[in-house]
Design a protein around this ligand. Structure first.
Ligand code: ZN
Length: 143
């Protein structure tokens, strides 16, 4: 783990170490995985010939487990999924307590970046269905 790649020197060092020694973890702030990888590649300034796994992480607000309740029916006339909501209680701050991560992974190999597994929105929708977060957080992620 070398920390965040904030400069071309950091990114180049991460790539060089990965190429010569193996597994390297670095972070990069970007709006999505594809943009993050493009930024990393641009910072490196050369063609990347080693496989790169890009994991996109977004933090969503976690519903309060004390006051959350399952929504009985889907809202009429909407595509809003059933799920859970919280009403607020002394244990939480405005219906939420803490954060939960949602992820998606991409593999860069052979000159292409391919998503592996479910998308970020699909993973967030699963957390809505499980009552970990709510529909408002899903909409914030994928409006
Ligand atoms: Zn609560």
């Amino acid at each position: 783990m070398i920390g965040e790649s904030t400069t071309s020197e950091h990114a180049a060092a991460a790539l060089q170490f990965a190429t010569n020694h193996g597994l390297v973890f670095t972070t990069l702030t970007a709006p999505d995985a594809a943009t993050g990888f493009e930024r990393f590649q641009s910072m490196v300034g050369e063609t990347i010939e080693t496989p790169v796994l890009v994991i996109n992480q977004v933090l969503l607000k976690r519903l309060c487990e004390v006051c959350r309740e399952q929504i009985a029916q889907q809202a009429a006339g909407t595509d809003r999924p059933r799920g859970f909501r919280a009403v607020g209680c002394p244990e939480c701050d405005d219906r939420y307590k803490g954060r939960c991560g949602v992820f998606e992974a991409y593999l860069y190999e052979g000159d292409a970046l391919r998503r592996m597994g479910r998308s970020l929105a699909d993973n967030a929708a699963r957390k809505v269905a499980a009552g970990i977060t709510d529909y408002e957080e899903l909409k914030r992620l994928a409006p």
